[in-house]
Design a protein. Sequence first.
Length: 122
Amino acid sequence: MPNHIHLIWHIQDNYSREKIQLRFLKYTAQQMKFRLIDTKNPALQNYLVNASDRQYQFWERNPLSVDLWNKEVLIQKLIYIHNNPLSHPWNLASYPQEYKYSSALFYEEGIDTFGLLTHYEA
């Protein structure tokens, strides 16, 4: 999973998925670029693109978004997300709650190391 991210988010009324996703991707790409520039990290060159509308590309052009239309689908996707770091080829942890960037610890032990998680039943 060093090359992608899984998120489950709830979009509040009066906002569209497209706008929220666009803003998230734009903001995070800018922050990654600024961090790499500030630290003079040569990895910035890995994101160079030959595009008319941008110099760097951090995210895929058309990221996959899946609507979670009921609780069963939400739980299925949450389990997949928690187990993804354990699977081949990643093998990033032995248990879901051991993976640093997972919400599994929150669901298993109630520990929110990010300070922003809410339970899907809340």
